[in-house]
Write a protein that binds this ligand. Structure first.
Ligand code: ZN
Ligand code: FE
Ligand code: FE
Ligand code: ZN
Length: 271
């Protein structure tokens, strides 16, 4: 099994070192683990939103992060441990593209996750900021979120869209049928050539569901969008957590394989 989404202590809201995650992956029977810590946020955003210093590693640490993961990659290969991949989770909300492009350019990433955690200047997935939901008509919020996500996919900067229905995290879900919304999002990912991940962290959040939901996953399968699997672990004990549910959901939606990214190229792995 592969786990293509984990965080380390560097992002300021997770625990565990690279080494501890590699050991946890070995213990959990994970063959391939991708480190995807949060890409540093732009200075302007950090200045405007003091809470944001807790959302991602500081810019000064990016080179050390890359060096540390590359070193773990070599060491684990030498020691017969799990395969280690160098990844990053980039905030790809509108307006942040050039910042992301400039930071990504120079490093040998295997996989780039593109995520949307902000709608305008509101970090809607922060448990301390759920009061923001009261200011939205939920249908409009969801339309807006999925439109920003489609735009993120279209930048071509990400290989995989992270936690594609994160907006459901705190159970603020619009009334009525969402199939059309999911179908449009799936079509936009297919057109952009982006994969999505089945992210098991949702199982540990108030929504108590995988990201994406079964209904969304069916639309993704219909569009032939490739998928990866990630725990989005913020502590080593969560590596591989929820993967039997993820596998069941994928098989139920009609997937027979997933993909792993090496050097930013997708390679198929049977489920
Ligand atoms: Zn995080
Ligand atoms: Fe995220
Ligand atoms: Fe993450
Ligand atoms: Zn994440």
């Amino acid at each position: 099994m592969i786990d293509l989404h984990v965080h380390t202590v560097r992002c300021r809201h997770a625990t565990g070192s690279v080494e501890e995650y590699v050991r946890a992956a070995a213990d959990a029977g994970i063959d391939t683990i991708a480190f995807t810590d949060h890409l540093p946020l732009p200075e302007a955003l950090l200045a405007a939103d003091p809470a944001a210093t807790g959302y991602a590693m500081p810019a000064a640490e990016l080179p050390e992060y890359v060096a540390e993961v590359l070193e773990a990659k070599l060491r684990s290969a030498r020691d017969g441990g799990p395969e280690v991949l160098l990844g990053i989770e980039a905030d790809l909300h509108p307006g942040n593209e050039e910042h992301v492009r400039s930071l990504l350019g120079t490093y040998p990433f295997d996989i780039v996750l593109g995520s949307v955690h902000y709608v305008d200047d509101w970090a809607f997935d922060d448990p301390a900021r759920t009061d923001g939901y009261a200011e939205w008509d939920l249908r409009e919020l969801w339309e807006r979120y999925f439109s920003d996500l489609a735009q993120a996919a279209s930048t071509g900067l990400a290989d995989v869209i992270g936690h594609a229905d994160l907006v459901k995290k705190f159970c603020f879900v619009p009334e009525g049928d969402l199939t059309e919304l999911y179908a449009r999002a799936a079509a936009s990912f297919a057109a952009a050539g982006c994969a999505v991940e089945v992210n098991a962290a949702g199982l540990r959040k108030p929504c108590r569901e995988l990201y994406p939901s079964d209904a969304f996953l069916r639309e993704l399968a219909r569009e032939g969008v490739p998928v990866t699997i990630g725990s989005d672990a913020h502590s080593p004990s969560d590596v591989g957590a929820g993967f039997s549910q993820a596998r069941t959901a994928l098989l139920g939606a009609g997937y027979q394989s997933i993909v792993v990214f090496r050097d930013r190229v997708a390679q198929e792995v049977p489920l």
